[in-house]
Design a binder for this molecule. Sequence first.
Ligand code: FES
Ligand code: FES
Length: 162
Amino acid sequence: MTSVSITVNGTARTAEVEGRTLLVNLLREGFGLTGTHIGCDTSQCGACVVHVDGKAVKSCTMLAAQADGATVLTIEGLAHGDELHPVQAAFHEHHGLQCGFCTPGMIMAAVDMIERHDAQLDEATIRHELEGNICRCTGYHNIVKAIQAASDRMAGLRQAAE
Ligand code: FES
Ligand code: FES
């Protein structure tokens, strides 16, 4: 067993893990953060996306021990109290989910995508960036619309802050 210390959603957490334990399993089973989903065993679906040190990562592709000392953000840590993150609000407003299984990973990937691009995102860029996230309900049209709306909103917030 190895001791792993991670700051998760602003809280310092420590756990004893086996060398083979994946980050997604530590988050879900060790810390009870079940908003991060497991949708495949081939690293293809993106349901498990979280942010590790500010970058979107498929948490099924990383060992928990590799995250020792890292800062992790999961879907549970995205909102500020009752105030949804703009990407969460846009998914709600634009009906960007059906069963919701892919949604946490989609949202975490979308936040990372918007933060990496300075400009507002066009549809082609969003669709290209979402290649690593699968929606089995095939709700891509509204997911793309939601991300585009969130990108516009976050660009407006950035301009207002300048
Ligand atoms: S569970 Fe990680 S990519 Fe599918
Ligand atoms: S909303 Fe059902 S898998 Fe995407």
